[in-house]
Design a protein around this ligand. Structure first.
Ligand code: B12
Length: 381
């Protein structure tokens, strides 16, 4: 099985022109490419850090507001400075980048610039032709580079070997090896998991100047195609040197995680992070993604708009989650939802917490409460 090409795309700082890159991302995915999308208005440092952690073959930058000669050159030079000389840089920006500019940019190490009128297929073919084979990396000693490459190797091994499900014993053994507390976040798409995690990361970073966090985030692979790994585009606080984030595509596995999740998580949880946060894809009623002691604490994030009360009887995660977060409680239906979910949890007759949050709100007291619940409970031994 051919392994998917992974690239990262972004739009530079002070530039909100994201419509071109959104279209181009979709075309790449159709051609089997996994695209980690960082979003718009991004600093050079954030782009380089993300590309290293995601271990991508190349960075595609879409730039319309000028300053592209220096911006692209800065990305190239910071990649080199960080030992990631194997990560290529390419991009476009319609008529804003002239042919003369492009010549200068290439002299500064940019591999290719695409101009107005280039077809989408042409660009996807270029990526497949040039970034399918990984280039040699000279520096291996830097911690993020080494960890990122190991995660790629685990992902590739899992993809080659098909779906692998370690036994209970193997998972339990891994639990003992952990030095980090592992927290699993799951819930339906659109409930606000990523925004909530980003807000929690802000609190982790602020509480202790030494805390390091890893995030393992999942997005679905499109059947027979690539994947849009877009959680980073929502993350603001997680763009920090103390946060190591890795985006994974499900690569054909149902249930919210990827075939390589367990092995990647095991590696991250013994790599010196204080907390490892794992986020599933948006899940359905039947999903139970965190089996075999995969995580130390489970958080189910729900949207108050789940429909009729009867729906709650069908969501199996409500039986097992340690914490149930009802996010978006600024919505009209929130009060009723909180009462219904609370009543549903009483049927389980075990200690489960329920927290009301508005994750998009800065300094939300509900997120503070969730943060305390997460930091209060210790790691399972
Ligand atoms: C659409 C658009 C907007 C939309 C943006 C919507 C959005 N969310 O993206 C809106 C209306 C919001 C907008 C706003 C502004 N815009 Co405007 N906008 C454009 C416009 C008309 C089209 C850009 C576009 O999306 N093209 C579609 C893409 C698919 O095609 P393309 O550009 O030809 O790109 C090709 C290749 O370059 C390649 N490519 C592009 N990126 C990448 C990346 C990779 C990785 C690869 C492989 C290839 C690739 O793909 C295409 C293949 O054919 C251009 C003018 C123009 N004709 O280029 C101005 C333009 C870019 N905007 C401009 C300006 C000034 C602004 C504003 C500052 C206006 C204002 N005063 O408010 C704001 C800034 C907004 C912001 N926050 O940054 C100027 C920039 C001038 C400059 N740099 O000197 C331009 C050039 C218009 C002009 N002639 O004055 N804009």
């Amino acid at each position: 099985m051919a392994l998917p090409i992974r690239i990262l795309t972004a739009v530079p700082i002070c530039d909100g022109h994201d419509s071109a890159i959104n279209t181009i991302n979709l075309e790449f995915i159709r051609h089997g490419i996994e695209v980690v999308y960082l979003g718009f208005h991004r600093y050079v440092g954030d782009i380089v850090r993300a590309a290293i952690q995601e271990d991508v073959a190349a960075i595609g930058i879409s730039s319309y507001n000028g300053g592209h000669i220096d911006f692209f050159a800065d990305v190239v030079s910071q990649l080199k400075k960080n030992g990631a000389n194997d990560i290529a840089v390419f991009g476009g920006g319609g008529g804003t980048i002239t042919h003369d500019d492009a010549r200068q940019m290439k002299r500064k190490g940019v591999e290719e610039i695409f101009f107005a009128g280039t077809s989408l297929t042409e660009m996807a073919d270029y990526v497949k032709k040039h970034y399918g084979k990984r280039k040699k990396r000279r520096v291996k000693s830097k911690p993020d580079l080494a960890l990122a490459r190991k995660l790629t190797e685990l992902e590739e091994a899992a993809s080659r070997g098909g779906k692998h499900q370690p036994s209970n014993d193997a998972s339990a053994a891994r639990t003992k090896d952990r030095t980090s507390k592992v927290i699993g976040f799951t819930g339906p798409g659109g409930a606000g998991k990523t925004t909530l995690i980003d807000e929690l990361v802000l609190r982790f970073l602020q509480r202790d100047s030494k805390t390091r966090i890893a995030i393992l985030s999942h997005d679905p692979s499109v059947i027979g195609e690539g994947a849009l790994l877009g959680d980073r585009a929502t993350m603001i606080n997680s763009q920090d040197d103390r946060v190591f984030m890795r985006s994974m595509a499900t690569r054909g596995q149902a249930g919210g995680l990827s075939p390589a999740t367990e092995s990647c998580l095991a590696l991250l949880a013994r790599s010196g992070f204080d907390y490892v946060i794992i986020e599933t894809v948006g899940t359905g009623q039947e999903a139970l993604p965190f089996r075999n002691k995969l995580v130390d604490q489970t958080v189910l994030v729900m949207n108050p708009d789940y429909g009729a009360r009867l729906q709650l009887q069908k969501i199996v995660m409500l039986d097992v989650a340690d914490v149930v977060v009802v996010n978006k409680t600024d919505l009209e239906r929130a009060k009723a939802a909180l009462a219904e979910i609370e009543h549903r949890l009483t049927q389980n007759k075990r200690k489960q917490e329920i927290v009301a949050t508005v994750a998009k709100r800065h300094r939300d007291p509900g997120v503070d409460e969730l943060f305390e619940l997460i930091t209060k409970r210790k790691r399972n031994k």
